[in-house]
Ligand binder design. Structure first.
Ligand SMILES: Nc1ncnc2c1ncn2[C@@H]1O[C@H](COP(=O)(O)OP(=O)(O)OP(=O)(O)O)[C@@H](O)[C@H]1O
Length: 363
């Protein structure tokens, strides 16, 4: 069984008119938690509370089963990297990075020096050690802030959009470094991001927040494929969300869109309710719709339907298409598959979906 080493129970925090409410989650050893949520939903406030910079009015925080809710930030020894880096302007880069280490005195100076060299080398900032922050670019400042946060191998590393100012290549290198540190040193990481790919690539756990609350948490791919509410589905930019009803026909559940006289099923997914006529949303990810060239023979398969390609958008990793049938469908294909089918605007296609890939949103 996985061992929980960091636990947050029922946190409530207030600032001005804003409230974080009922925040509960836990981190197992080596868990990498990503937090996503719209701007202003309380992500930074949550990290600041975990770091000890804000006091909760309710709830508790445990580290290795010790209640640390009232501990000072210094006693917690967590690493914290902010999006806007917050470096000390009168200290040079080296002094900024070493600042927390000298305050903590948890490690021998020689060890810290070795680590400083290793981290700044890996981050490509070793040539900047004597510069003051005002002479650094935004991306360089972010890397210095990250280096300061990870220098002392904190038990929990809190990252608030630490890679947002970096170019794609440097961001990729920093993600690889975080991934490596996470695995080699077993840091528990809680990382706020607005980048969905980053959340999927790095996270072993994903938390989605809205208006001061956690609205869904779980394995990142599960959350993306099985959003529990329309808010989460739309926030994660799920495509092909259709309003309809559940129909119970002889004990078998179907999704029905009566407006377009379209029925899909039988539904394999375990629903929380089997209520006939209950209003729900159906969601099919663009990448889970299969495409074949349309034969002229009429279709008899319920879960295959006709459409015509309306728009083709070529990305570096895949090809996105909008196809029109009785409604518009977003479809994503691998570049190879798109070339094999030789699809263009106007191509007539059959779209189909395996029932295990349809998801019903009941809220
Ligand atoms: N000291 C404060 N007094 C009043 N309101 C505050 C205070 N600190 C934060 N807030 C408000 O709390 C809400 C949450 O802020 P927070 O910075 O945590 O959002 P966020 O999710 O990190 O947003 P972003 O993605 O834009 O960084 C915001 O509406 C913010 O204006």
């Amino acid at each position: 069984m996985k061992k929980t080493f960091f636990q947050v129970e029922g946190l409530r925090v207030e600032a001005g008119g804003f409230q974080l409410q009922d925040i509960s989650f836990s981190l197992h050893k080596k868990e990498y938690t990503m937090i996503l949520g719209p701007t202003g939903c309380g992500k930074t406030m949550l990290l600041e509370t975990l770091a000890g910079l804000r006091k909760p009015i309710m709830g508790q925080i445990f580290l290795n089963n010790t209640n640390i809710t009232t501990w000072s930030p210094e006693a917690r020894c967590f690493g914290f990297a902010y999006q806007d880096s917050l470096l000390y302007p009168f200290l040079n880069v080296e002094e900024n990075i070493l600042f927390g280490a000298s305050a903590q005195k948890r490690h021998k100076e020689v060890e810290i020096r070795k680590r400083l060299n290793r981290i700044t080398e890996a981050m490509g900032i070793s040539h900047l050690l004597q510069r003051v922050p005002r002479l650094l670019s935004g991306g360089e400042k972010q890397r210095v802030s990250l280096a300061r946060a990870i220098l002392c191998s904190p038990p929990v590393l809190l990252l608030d959009e630490p890679l947002s100012a970096l170019d794609p290549q440097t961001r990729h290198a920093m993600q690889a470094l975080l991934h490596e540190l996470h695995h080699s040193e077993g840091l528990g990481i809680i990382h706020v991001t607005h980048d969905f790919n980053e959340a999927l690539q790095l996270g072993t756990q994903l938390i989605v927040m809205n208006q001061g609350k956690i609205v869904q948490q779980g394995e990142p791919l599960n959350v993306f494929h099985q959003p529990r509410s329309l808010f989460v589905a739309e926030f994660l930019r799920s495509e092909n969300i259709i309003k309809g009803k559940i129909e119970n026909i002889n004990g078998i559940l179907w999704f029905s869109d009566r407006e377009n006289e379209w029925v899909l099923g039988p539904l394999y997914e375990k629903l929380r309710t089997d209520a006939n006529q209950k209003e729900v949303y159906l969601m099919i990810h663009a990448g889970q719709i299969e495409v074949s060239l349309r034969e002229d023979t009429p279709l008899h398969n319920l879960n295959t339907w006709n459409a015509c390609v309306q728009k083709v958008m070529i990305h570096s990793t895949h090809v996105e298409m909008i196809c029109k049938g009785s409604r518009y469908w977003h479809v994503a294909l691998s570049c190879n598959e798109w070339q094999r089918l030789d699809l263009k605007v106007g191509s007539r296609v059959n779209l189909s979906v395996n029932m295990k890939h349809i998801h019903i949103i009941e809220d």
